[in-house]
Write a protein that binds this ligand. Sequence first.
Ligand code: HEM
Length: 81
Amino acid sequence: TNSLPVYSQEEVTKHCSIEKGIWVTYKGGVYDITDFVTIHPGGDKILLAAGKALEPFWALYAVHEQEHVLEILSEYKVGVL
Ligand code: HEM
């Protein structure tokens, strides 16, 4: 079975820089996207979500409403909230 660690929002919030790592949340999942930020097709905008939830940003940028985007995100899952 797939039992990932549980993280608090406080722990996620701390991960908001390249040095500490960049984490985001999405639908209850926690993602370490440190290695993705430099290859993000939308450039540095992704850093606005560092340590936070993706939902409000993806609501604004509907380009993320695609299966292949969720597949990319899933590769970076490190835990759950
Ligand atoms: C485009 C992934 C977070 C802004 C894209 C594309 C991917 C992607 C795969 C290209 C989609 C396509 O053209 O088919 C991700 C992932 C994210 C993330 C995995 C989080 C882990 C964000 C955030 C923002 C953002 C937080 C804004 C604050 C954009 C913009 C584009 C884009 C503006 C369009 C770039 C263009 O076509 O000129 N993203 N994104 N992304 N993303 Fe993100």
